[in-house]
Design a protein. Sequence first.
Length: 272
Amino acid sequence: MSRLLRKPEHEQLSNGVVVVHDHTKEATPLEYVGFKVIDLSPGGTHEEELGKVECCIVALTGRIDVTDGTETFENIGARDSVFEQRPTDSVYVSNDRSFKVEAVTKARVALCYSPSDNQLPTKLIKAADNDVEHRGKDNNKRRVHNILPDYDDSANSLLVVEVFTESGNWSSYPPHKHDEDNLPEESFLEESYYHEMNPPQGFVFQRVYTDDRSLDETMTVENGHVVLVPKGYHPVGVPDGYTSYYLNVMAGPKRKWKFHNDPDHEWIVERD
Ligand SMILES: O=C(O)C[C@@H](O)[C@H](O)C(=O)CO
């Protein structure tokens, strides 16, 4: 299996808390992006001391309470399935703080991390504050929920976005990359993809490749899989009959999303 494709693990962490993904350790090819998914039963709690990382807590599904010890946000979360295709609530917590998540209902929570040493205020990012975009045309149509975009200064490094791609469509397409720290032309941002499909037996294809093809992996991605993108182009193709959801976390040395399309496929955006 590709070292970029990570399957769900379902490791019981404590009573009422199951770790579905943990890509925060040395075995990850990413330096700037850390990512976890946890499942909580009602009443289940998960606490962390952050140290020198910032965290965006995304209530993927279900309702949760989140506290940083000073501020508490109760009963946040806005959907029972990501495929309700409406934005959800998230909480940003800065480095050198702690947080506790407690499930009000059965919940799936994404924890998105990046190194940080400049403390910022804890912030509730309400579902209603997500900037919703409809991108693309022809067979490249997708719906985007911007949770932490680069034009919002609430975080030091983290960029977080949800993308829904319609059946038979492509996203992150035409293929683009952001792996050179060369602003204003391009930024260096690593990226993680947490994928779900509707109906859940679906699959999508994701290719991660560089110009010289020293990295060139095409992965069959199933419901709940994570794809890690240390560099390169990273398009996603969705077969007919299935809707794709993914949550992207991006981070790098500068908090700017400036991508560069693969010149071989640039003509696709230039069509009428
Ligand atoms: O298809 C989209 O518009 C979403 C992607 O841009 C995705 O967020 C990404 O690849 C970011 O680099």
